[in-house]
Design a protein around this ligand. Sequence first.
Ligand SMILES: [Zn+2]
Length: 366
Amino acid sequence: MALHGWRVRVPLSVVPAGGGRAVVRAVSSGGSPGSPPLVPPAKPKPGVVPTAAASAPSDEMVAALAHFVRSRQRLLVVTGAGVSTESGIPDYRGLNGAYSKGHVPMKHQEFLASVDARRRYWARSYAGYARFSAAEPNAAHRAIAALGCDVVTQNVDALHTKSRVPGAHEGVQESGPALVELHGSAHRVLCLRCESRLPRDAFQRRFASYNAGFARHLERSGTQEEGEGANVAPGMSSESSARPDGDVELGVFDYGSVVIPPCTFCGQDEGMLKPDVTFFGDNVPRATKDKVDGLMERADGVLAVGTSLQVYSAFRIVKGMVDEGKPLAIVNVGATRADDLATLTCNALAGTLMPALVKELAKHNI
Ligand SMILES: [Zn+2]
């Protein structure tokens, strides 16, 4: 396992007996006496709240995680919404997550079944996109990029892409770290008829031209909020209603008047354009699954970061690898679906622990 830009000496025979299933817990739920209170690493953006109380990472926790990482020749990192919360993108399941505010994400069948559902979706998504797309990678993304590992992310925010180190690339190739967006990217739009893909920025411009009155109304509302939350829905605070997928709550609005632009390639009308993301109730595309399988195969351990692993497409990765005798470590605030499978669980914010990990690994490489 090598840090990007450093060489790391890999110790031999450090995998615990029993195929790496021995439990070396570094969980600290309330913080030990004398440990500093949790302080977000940087001034959080409005609306960015840690999803739950997590202890600041102890030296012991950092050392245990560093040992785990050093012990792997090729580590696969699986990330979730918890790595993006400090970039201002809320998660679904945290204490302050979208679910706790009553948000019900769009389901695939609902989207397909009704043009009204698609109009409602696109109006809200259009409104939320400016803020969503302006998000920047945080310390967790940068630290994960520095590890130089293959990454599978459940996030559709492209923040790993924005933070990745030179040489990393989409998909899987013989060498170099790979990045697979398990559930797609909200920065692309897919035509369900001809399967063409359109950059989201281009779609946003087309949507605005087809819905000029609506777009102007949003703009006016945004400017009234002194720049914060610009381009969000009228009469609402973006912080309280933004979603992990860029969706926002528009309140009372006549969605029937929304026009979804036709596909620029095949001309399909009535809104068969969909963000290039896997909605709840849909399956991960076969090609994506195959890429993930390739990464699982070539890795000898897996690190889950900022994910509760509740979604099966992510859980099956760590479960499959553990079943193959490849050990699992978890960095997350709160319990996950795979805690019982893990060699090491660290109850910590990704944005705090991952940079500490990189620092610790670098110490031994000078
Ligand atoms: Zn089309």
